[in-house]
Design a protein around this ligand. Structure first.
Ligand code: KIV
Ligand code: ZN
Length: 522
């Protein structure tokens, strides 16, 4: 049998999913999210059944502190975790950020490998050992749910690793995480490391062992599963595997591997797998990190069967080439949804089945845009509606709004954009040229709303197939080291581009306003 196997549901085999998309994931260059985006992701992770959400690194910035605070207030079921280095200041800041959490966890860490202790920390192994005992017991003043990590554990001397793990547990750590920080270990070696800890650390039964594997050699998921086979019962991972350098272990791959191969691995998670595709899309949209087409579980081609032989087999019985169904990960067969005659009630029901809850105003806006889309586009698919609603949900209270846009493109040039904006209730318009129509549009926006932000990324993605497909555009802007990503969707790529740029500018304004209230003008 290759479809979903039944796990035995035994308590000893329950694996806790610790999602670090908002912390390690957000550390990937360019993946920064706004507070609203982090809250959207956190809410989805919570609904999906993630056990622990690592919401940020509170000492790192005021923005991180605020996100941990707000995620802690929002989340209903999951434990909310804040990261802290081994010093009192870090831990106090994490404790403060988590004070509203129903179930807070402090995750404190320090490097233990020779290369890190010598060059990064410039501390002796004895001093590190002292810091471990201090940091864990200090964190215990805030919560009895304390996780401790020896950073670069897989390149740490084994005797020393056993000694620091024992010290951390003695000081009160209830979870010990064994990070493969540089993505260096191999599955069998990781099995040996975890097995050694289980055999040699006398108090190991007082803590849950966790995996945290980076993907530098493409082994993050394999190593995490190997860790579970050796006795780890928490896996740290991220949606789409985003994270430092080559990323972290991908949550969706781990969950589905355990789900599909329950015949080999009885360990199970509490994740609602039908929400995996939605989570992947959301994280890809808010970070503007595209998901590669052949990515396992959530890539566009993950369930596509192109060759004649495969298609023939699938028509006879889908188990010939499918080890799990697209529906089991939340990918509905591309379905034609509704046309221009569909009413608001049907639209609301559709939105619900796609996993959204919209307020009345947002629903009205989304419905108006859907009607407009249905007028212009022959077939409206689920993905069209998802793009449109994501665009609507991402909108804040915008200072800058697009009033109109006319573009002259083509081989004769000059490419020109005539653009009107409403900026804080004041209408203005301009005509600008550029090196291509998109450049002309961005120049026009800059002429009406002068700013110093630098364009870091411009990306276009077709939501569905066909020449009438909606274009989903992402624009990343950088100002004073802060990045924001704006999105826009429309059947007209130029309109989507203008919307995406304006959305990024609006987000920058919110960031500026938070840093220095009263500076909303350009
Ligand atoms: O990769 C790593 O070692 C980390 C630690 C902070 C757990 O992210
Ligand atoms: Zn990491």
């Amino acid at each position: 049998m290759t479809q979903k196997q039944q796990h035995n549901g035994s308590k000893n085999d329950r694996v806790y999913i610790f999602d670090t998309t908002l912390r390690d994931g957000e550390q990937s260059p360019g993946a920064s999210m706004t507070l609203e985006e982090k809250l959207q992701v956190a809410e989805l992770l919570d609904t999906m059944g993630v056990d622990i959400i690592e919401a940020g690194f509170p000492i790192a910035s005021n923005g991180d502190f605020e996100s941990v605070t707000e995620v802690a207030k929002l989340v209903k079921n999951a434990q909310v975790c804040g990261l802290a280095r081994a010093g009192a200041k870090d831990i106090d800041r994490a404790g403060e950020a988590l004070k509203h959490a129903k179930n807070p966890r402090i995750h404190t860490f320090i490097s233990t490998s020779p290369v890190h202790m010598k060059h990064k920390l410039q501390m002796s192994p004895e001093d590190v050992m002292e810091a471990v005992a201090f940091s864990v017991s200090h964190a215990r003043k805030y919560t009895d749910n304390v996780e401790w990590s020896p950073e670069d554990a897989t390149r740490t001397d084994r005797d020393y690793l056993c000694a620091v793990v024992e010290t951390a547990i003695k000081a009160g750590a209830t979870t010990v995480n064994i990070p493969d920080t540089v993505g260096y270990t191999m599955p069998q070696e990781y099995v040996e490391t975890i097995t050694m800890l289980r055999n040699r650390v006398p108090n190991i039964d007082k803590a849950i062992i966790s995996t945290h594997c980076h993907n530098d050699l493409g082994l993050a998921v394999a190593n995490s599963l190997a860790g579970v086979q050796a006795g780890a019962r928490q896996i740290e991972c991220t949606i789409n595997g985003i994270g430092e350098r080559a990323g972290n272990a991908a949550l969706e791959e781990i969950v589905m591997a355990l789900n599909v191969r329950a015949d080999l691995m009885p360990q199970w998670t509490g994740i609602e797998t039908t929400m995996l595709a939605r989570a992947s899309k959301l994280v890809s949209a808010v970070t503007a990190f595209p998901v590669q087409y052949n990515k396992a579980i959530v890539g566009q081609n993950a369930f596509a069967h192109e060759s004649g032989i495969h298609q023939d087999g699938m028509l006879k019985n889908n188990q010939t080439y499918e080890i799990m169904t697209p529906e089991s990960v939340g990918i509905s067969q591309t379905s034609l949804v509704m046309g221009k005659h569909s009413g608001r009630h049907a639209f609301r029901e559709k939105i619900k089945t796609l996993g959204y809850e919209l307020g009345d105003n947002q629903l009205q806006e989304a419905f108006t845009r859907f009607k407009d889309l249905a007028d212009r586009k022959k077939h409206v698919f689920d993905d069209d509606i998802v793009a449109l609603v994501d665009d609507e949900v991402a909108k804040g209270i915008d200072t800058i709004k697009l009033s109109f846009l006319t573009v002259i493109a083509g081989s004769e040039g000059p490419q020109t954009a005539k653009l009107g904006l409403d900026i804080d209730g004041h209408a203005s318009q301009v005509e600008s040229t550029g090196d291509g129509p998109v450049d002309a549009i961005f120049n026009a926006i800059k002429a009406l709303f002068p700013h110093e932000a630098v364009l870091q990324l411009y990306q276009v993605h077709a939501v569905t197939e066909g020449t009438d497909a909606q274009a989903e555009v992402s624009v990343r802007l950088e100002e004073n080291g802060k990045t924001v990503t704006g999105r826009g969707a429309d059947t007209d790529t130029m309109v989507a581009s203008a919307r995406a740029y304006i959305s990024a500018l609006n987000k920058l304004l919110v960031k500026r306003e938070k840093q220095a209230p009263g500076t909303m003008s350009a």
